[in-house]
Ligand binder design. Sequence first.
Ligand SMILES: [Mg+2]
Length: 237
Amino acid sequence: MIDPEDYKLHIFDLDDTLVNTSYSYTIAQESAIRDTFPQIPSDAITALLPVLKWMCRQFGSGNISEYMSAFLKSRPDLFAVDSDILELILDRYKCSFNTEFKCFNGAISYIQYLKKTDKKLALVSNGIVASQFEKLRTTGLDSFFPAPLCYISGAYPSNFKKPSPHMLEQACQYVGVSPPEVVFYGNSVGDILAGNLAGVTTVHFSESTPIPGDLPAIARPDYTIENWTELMDFKKG
Ligand SMILES: [Mg+2]
């Protein structure tokens, strides 16, 4: 088990590591369609949800209007498409997302504990700068991660996105620590690969995303945690 005391700098991925982004997207997509088209039988919507998820992946989760519109056009027999409908969908989506979007259980307590023990904190996240800062504000994480310690790929050329170790290296340099003094927590293969390439200790947060077993050694984490509470229990024990 990782001992947080061993590291001076603790770097976190954001989506699906500290906050339940994918879950909230899924719930919001489903609610938006169900609420906008109450006349369509529930099981018909259920059968179409994988297509909606697929469209989201093709267009990118930030381009809601585009993937929703493409999804509606994929079934002209079921859905009417006009700008009023899209506006309604976006509104329902936003309401539902804001209700569901939260930090994972125990994440804030763990970060508070690190802060109290004078550890340095940084965030390394792939995404659009404005959207990632909005997520930090919504969840109150912005009070733990000041802007100079938030490394968001949208601010860099695309080749510096994780799995490139570039943003992690930048964070280490800014804080003035060497890789053995650093731990990086992430949920994806790209996170672990980036962390291992940067030479820092890697922790896979598996509550949201299991990691495949047949990975090259450079993409395997040093530690795996199932949830944030586990780390807090370890400190108490
Ligand atoms: Mg992530």
